[in-house]
Write a protein that binds this ligand. Structure first.
Ligand SMILES: *[C@@H]1O[C@H](CO)[C@@H](O)[C@H](O)[C@H]1NC(C)=O
Ligand SMILES: *[C@@H]1O[C@H](CO)[C@@H](O)[C@H](O)[C@H]1NC(C)=O
Length: 206
């Protein structure tokens, strides 16, 4: 009799554990998609005010759960994404500039692109560094520095593209540079819009 009631007790315990576990699974799987839907919506609506809403949404929505609905994390992630893409573009510029047999004018334009794309990487890195140091008391000044760095990066990207204007520059280098730099410029422009919005809606840290 004693053995049977022990087994009975164990069975109930096992049942309770299973019940708790399934309740846990049901609750957490019901919670997660709901929360992430709100996060994805936050990114979509933030991106809708940028010049390239689809690129913005596409490049940031994969980070939705990390960004949550924080404007600071949104800006931070936008800078991260832009910086990463600009580093790989800057490396590509170096590679293209080393192609043998480029026309002298193309070669000169490439040399400029190598220089300004390197500057652009530095400027984006600077702005990320500033964002890491931002506090409630230095908010306005630091945001204004970040706006300056990111605008400078955008100007550098435009300078590279401008160097290839004119039909005589047509060819592989121009096509590749334009495609890559324009993408970076769009990412940078989007980051700047999000930063400007952050600056105008917050007067201090959130
Ligand atoms: C934004 O991205 C999400 C997730 O990738 C997608 O479901 C949604 O359709 C996109 N919205 C727009 C307006 O591009
Ligand atoms: C930005 O990138 C750095 C690594 O370069 C990482 O440590 C950080 O968590 C990223 N920030 C966001 C908000 O994703």
């Amino acid at each position: 009799m004693e053995g049977s009631s022990l087994r009975h007790g164990q069975a109930i315990l096992v049942l309770l554990v299973i019940l708790q576990f399934t309740t846990y699974i049901v609750l957490s799987s019901a919670d997660a998609p709901f929360d992430n839907q709100r996060n994805i919506e936050y990114i979509r609506s933030s991106c809708s005010s940028t010049t390239y809403p689809r690129l913005c949404n596409r490049s940031l929505s994969i980070y939705a759960s990390r960004i949550n609905t924080s404007p600071r994390l949104l800006v931070h992630t936008a800078l991260n994404v832009t910086l990463k893409a600009s580093i790989s573009t800057s490396r590509l510029m170096v590679k293209i500039s080393r192609i043998h047999g480029l026309k002298p004018r193309v070669s000169a334009a490439m040399a400029d692109c190598v220089e300004v794309s390197g500057d652009s990487v530095d400027e984006l890195q600077q702005s990320k560094g500033e964002l890491d140091r931002i506090t409630s008391s230095n908010f306005a000044l630091t945001i204004s520095d970040i706006q300056t760095w990111v605008s400078a990066a955008l100007t550098d990207e435009d300078t590279c593209i401008y160097g290839f204007s004119g039909k005589s520059m047509n060819g592989y280098a121009k096509t590749t540079v334009r495609k890559r730099i324009i993408k970076i410029a769009h990412l940078t422009s989007k980051a700047l819009t999000l930063i400007n919005k952050y600056a105008s809606t917050q007067s201090s840290l959130p």
